[in-house]
Design a protein around this ligand. Structure first.
Ligand SMILES: [Zn+2]
Length: 226
């Protein structure tokens, strides 16, 4: 999306969000969700595929077509999983998300653009019928077809990732208390994340990442540290 498209997508998303929820923070919710979830996508993709990306360079103009195709397919898969997890988080936050499942469609339009095709809706429905663990396993299976090297990632990466989506969702919906609770869950799963001398495992501002440990999608050496 170019900046002009993005601004009009945010405006449309904000309007619908406010109408559906009776709140007035739709603009901030749309911006924060988009920026935080896209950052999580980029970080997860580079954790799983970073060696190849480093070899060909970060400049998309120089990337071979096959590399761009892989990236697009992987990021679409990650988006769908994020939408499913964000929806689950919104239900957990006690907000109105389920009535006619507007939220999944709303977030799909924001992350994937219009129109949402039947295949996307079917995949979202499938995620919606699963437990959190089943969703994670389905996601890792789908991703391994596009990025076989993702099979080599430490399992804890995939246990932490959906919680990072829940944090992004809680912050976008204005619930920092629950966001902090979700971060504590991540620290319980991998206590070493709290040892980073730069970010100390704290929640970061929208668009920020910790260069030292990788927070909010941690580098491998932090995931396997005692
Ligand atoms: Zn850090």
């Amino acid at each position: 999306m170019n900046p002009e498209h993005r601004a009009s997508a945010y405006a449309a998303a904000a309007k619908e969000f406010n109408a559906r929820t009776g709140r007035d923070n739709g603009r901030s919710a749309a911006e924060k969700l988009d920026q935080r979830l896209v950052l999580l996508q980029d970080l997860l993709y580079s954790r799983l595929h970073g060696d190849v990306q480093q070899a060909v360079g970060m400049d998309s103009m120089l990337m071979p077509i096959s590399e761009l195709k892989t990236q697009l397919a992987a990021k679409t898969d990650i988006s769908l999983y994020q939408i499913a997890e964000s929806r689950a988080a919104v239900v957990e936050l006690g907000a109105r998300a389920t009535a006619d499942d507007w939220y999944s469609r709303w977030l799909a339009r924001l992350l994937l653009g219009e129109p949402i095709d039947a295949d996307t809706l079917a995949r979202l429905d499938e995620y919606g019928s699963k437990s959190p663990r089943e969703r994670m396993l389905a996601f890792t299976d789908v991703l391994a077809r596009v990025l076989p090297e993702s099979r080599r990632a430490p399992l804890v990466l995939f246990n932490l990732f959906p919680i990072s989506v829940w944090i992004a969702t809680a912050i976008a919906w204005g619930d920092r208390v629950r966001a902090a609770e979700f971060r504590k869950k991540q620290l319980d799963l991998q206590p070493a994340l709290g040892d980073c001398t730069v970010c100390r495992g704290q929640l970061l501002a929208t668009g920020k990442q910790c260069r030292q440990c990788g927070n909010p999608v941690w580098k491998y050496d932090w995931l396997v540290a005692d």
